[in-house]
Design a protein around this ligand. Structure first.
Ligand SMILES: Nc1ncnc2c1ncn2[C@@H]1O[C@H](COP(=O)(O)OP(=O)(O)OP(=O)(O)O)[C@@H](O)[C@H]1O
Length: 335
């Protein structure tokens, strides 16, 4: 649904050039929720704003719903943009208009006749659970309700794609959870494709099917969230399951064992200890709910260096677990 190839955007001001987006490739499939995670200044907003051409890239290709956006004429681009909704951190509501008036606004701009407008506004307010607040003004509703208005307004043109620019960053954790749930619900009910940018791991953990970590304008890793979490060395996994830098003692094996779904329900530590009659020391770890599945990572220490634990490590891998070994061999330790 969204296909971006070799996207590059350079800002030039006062003789200085900042490469905000540097050769980014991105594919978001239809009906997928994809999150771009990164710190302030990583280039996330610029990337997002390039997807509907609020920002024009220096080079690259942007295809949304089969249309090459950079090849469209003015009128065609306006129509294509109506099919790409956008929500923002600070909602951007018109304070002089009611909730219903705010949702009606884009319909007026699109030239939807008055008679049709009222029915469509009612439908949109129902979709985001705000029917009872139609006559309220933005100052009279909570932050979460304001974002619901923002979402209803973004859906006015029946978009296939929703771009979310830090939509939950100004909200408390409970409200964040309810807005993320709403996005997931709309994604399922309407088949909406969502591309979101965030600096919150929690957002990725709760609703994203795919994710990328962005730094200095580049994607440092990208893929389905599940694959990233199981990939040894993944930064996403490290952020989700923070463990200190491994410092194995000589003659021991320290391994990070990642488990998910079915494998999360099996008692692998006691099975390992029983099968090989060894003491398994647990050094740390955590279990999280990711996209409705339990995923966890446990750091364990086994007696003996990694060579002597080959069978034990194979036992874990055979059980469907991902195993990343940090332990040093006696030979390495002696160097
Ligand atoms: N209009 C602009 N002119 C010049 N430089 C800009 C402009 N907009 C962004 N930048 C620079 O481009 C880089 C990426 O900024 P961008 O806002 O895309 O990052 P971000 O990851 O979204 O961060 P934040 O969450 O703080 O907005 C930064 O170094 C920023 O200073």
């Amino acid at each position: 649904m969204i296909q971006i190839d070799k996207l590059r955007k350079v800002y030039r001001s006062r003789g200085r050039a900042v490469t905000a987006v540097d050769d980014v490739d991105l594919t978001v499939g239809e009906g997928e929720i994809f999150g771009v995670l990164g710190r302030s200044g990583a280039g996330k907003s610029t990337l997002l704003r390039c997807v509907n051409l609020l920002e024009r890239p220096d080079s690259g290709r942007i295809e949304v719903d089969g249309q090459d956006l950079l090849a469209l004429s003015g009128g065609e681009l306006r129509r294509a943009r109506q099919r790409i909704g956008m929500i923002h951190q600070h909602f951007g509501l018109l304070s002089s208009r009611t909730v219903a008036g705010n949702v009606a606004f884009p319909l007026e701009v699109m030239g939807v006749p008055r008679g049709e407008r009222a029915a469509r506004v009612a439908e949109l307010l129902d979709l985001v659970g705000l029917t009872d607040h139609a006559r309220a003004y933005p100052a009279q509703i909570s932050g979460g309700q304001k974002q619901r208005v923002g979402i209803a307004r973004a859906l006015a043109g029946r978009p296939k794609v929703l771009l979310s620019d830090e939509a939950t960053s100004a909200l408390d954790p409970e409200t964040t959870a309810s807005i993320l749930e709403l996005l997931r619900d709309l994604n399922r009910r309407l088949g909406l494709t969502v591309l979101l940018i965030t600096h919150e791991m929690d957002v990725v953990k709760r609703i994203c099917d795919g994710a990328a970590i962005m730094r200095d304008g580049r994607f440092v890793e990208s893929g389905p969230v599940r694959d990233l979490l199981l990939r040894p060395g993944s930064e996403l996994a490290r952020d989700l399951f923070p463990l200190p830098a491994p410092d194995p003692r000589p003659g021991t094996t320290v391994a990070d064992v990642t488990f998910e779904g079915d494998s999360a329900d099996r008692p692998f530590v006691s099975s390992l200890a029983r099968t090989y009659a060894i003491d398994v020391n647990i050094l740390g770890g955590a279990v999280e709910e990711v996209g409705g599945t339990r995923v966890g990572r446990l750091r364990v220490e086994l007696p003996g260096d990694p060579e002597t634990n080959a069978a034990q490590l194979a036992h874990l891998r055979d059980a469907g677990l991902t195993v990343e070994v940090h332990g040093r061999s006696e030979v390495e330790a002696a160097r």
